[in-house]
Design a protein around this ligand. Structure first.
Ligand code: GLA
Length: 391
């Protein structure tokens, strides 16, 4: 049972009993869904902010501009609810420009060298927006699109279905790509993201979410403990393009097979950390799959634990190395270097130019379909390697 102010008239599923003392209570304790105006695009297109709530007090706010996760609020070990992602209070701040805070990234997450790749005997030239390289979909990636949004219910859980048509030729990519991203907040404090796409011409696709997490809610993430179930990572060149090799993490500061503080080795004199200005690397997951723990992060001070499950073969660990204190975020917080970390589930960067990497090609008649789950709980420690399986 939850108080009506949580489920209230905005519940899209529950029905309510009026108790004798006049408080509305949900009869079946389901999630809640709210829609509010968030502002307007320069051309007047209205943009909305959607709030999903569950019966555990977890709340997620998503805007259909860029499919951005604006806030993710979860309880700590004392039951205090606090936001664990970086972002802004106002649409205007997102429109000014930002480093992909919480955004859906596409058509291709991370870099494609020199913005060029060949497919079916043809060479495609993409927009270059990261020196000579293409990054996160180009000049106007999916993070800057206004998505169509509709509420969803699935049993006791609530969700938001976002759709976007990326037109043939957009940012240089071939094929009309029909994309659906579904966010679901479950009653077990999981945020499930399902990505789906179809195309009418052969193309390349690599979708992810670029949330910056800070489980402490402020400060840097250097004290967070982290585990990544990956024996190998992809070393990069000076332009942060994978060299094509898979390198063992063993005996290096890249090793997160057992719990380590993010900040413990980040400034070591290790070439790959120097190139990235910290961690900015693709980890090749040992055991991807919806039921297999791929990574977890823990805040020792408040007990918040984040567990990551994904069907994707890799995860990009990015430790906010380019944040420089110039962005003022939610509640006036200044986002300094390493104020957040990203665990971007994805295929390998620059795969279209590395035939040995798992394929990112999508052909007409095929369906692109991947799932990533961020699960939140409280714990007394990060624990050993295992993890809970999402229900
Ligand atoms: C990704 C990249 C980083 C950086 C950020 C956005 O995670 O790997 O190098 O470009 O996005 O600032």
């Amino acid at each position: 049972m939850i108080p009506a102010y949580k489920a209230s008239i905005v519940s899209i599923t529950g029905f309510f009993l009026t108790l004798s003392w006049g408080i509305l209570m949900s009869a079946d304790a389901k999630g809640t869904f709210k829609q509010a105006a968030f502002g307007k695009m320069p051309d007047g297109t209205p943009v909305y902010l959607y709030t999903l709530g569950n019966t555990q007090g977890m709340e997620v706010k998503i805007t259909n501009y860029g499919g951005i996760l604006v806030s993710v609020s979860v309880p700590d070990k004392n039951g205090k609810i606090g936001d664990v992602v970086l972002g802004f209070d106002r649409l205007e701040d997102y429109l000014i420009g930002h480093p992909y805070f919480g955004a859906i990234v596409g058509r291709y997450g991370n870099r494609i060298a020199k913005g060029r790749f060949a497919l079916g005997g043809k060479t495609y030239t993409l927009a270059t927006n990261n020196n000579e390289n293409h990054l996160h979909g180009g000049l106007k990636g999916f993070d800057k699109a206004v998505w169509k949004a509709e509420p969803l219910t699935s049993g006791e859980d609530v969700g938001l279905k976002l759709t976007y048509l990326s037109k043939d030729g957009e940012e240089g990519y071939p094929g009309n790509l029909d994309v659906t991203v579904t966010y679901t907040l479950t009653r077990h404090n999981e945020l499930r993201i399902e990505y789906a796409a179809t195309t009418d011409k052969p193309t390349v696709v690599n979708l992810t979410n670029h949330s910056y997490f800070n489980l402490a809610g402020s400060g840097t993430i250097l004290e967070h403990e982290l585990v990544i179930n990956a024996d190998k990572f992809l070393p990069v060149d000076k332009g942060l393009i994978p060299t094509g090799l898979l390198q063992s993490v063993r005996g290096t500061p890249m090793d997160f097979m057992t719990p380590e503080k993010i900040g413990e080795r980040i400034d070591q004199d290790f070439e790959q950390l120097k190139i990235g200005g910290g961690y900015d690397h693709c980890y090749v997951l040992n055991n991807p799959g919806k039921g297999n723990l791929s990574a977890k992060a823990f805040c020792t001070s408040n007990g918040k634990l984040l567990e990551l499950f994904t069907t994707e073969p890799a995860v990009q660990l990015y430790t906010g190395n380019f944040l420089d204190g110039t962005l003022k975020g939610k509640g006036g917080q200044i986002y300094r270097k390493r104020s957040g970390f990203c665990l971007e589930t994805q295929h390998y960067p620059d795969s279209p130019n590395h035939p040995a990497f798992p394929s990112v090609v999508l052909n007409p008649g095929q369906k692109y379909s991947t799932t990533t789950i961020y699960k939140f709980s409280v714990a007394s420690s990060i624990g050993s390697r295992g993890g809970s399986t999402p229900r």
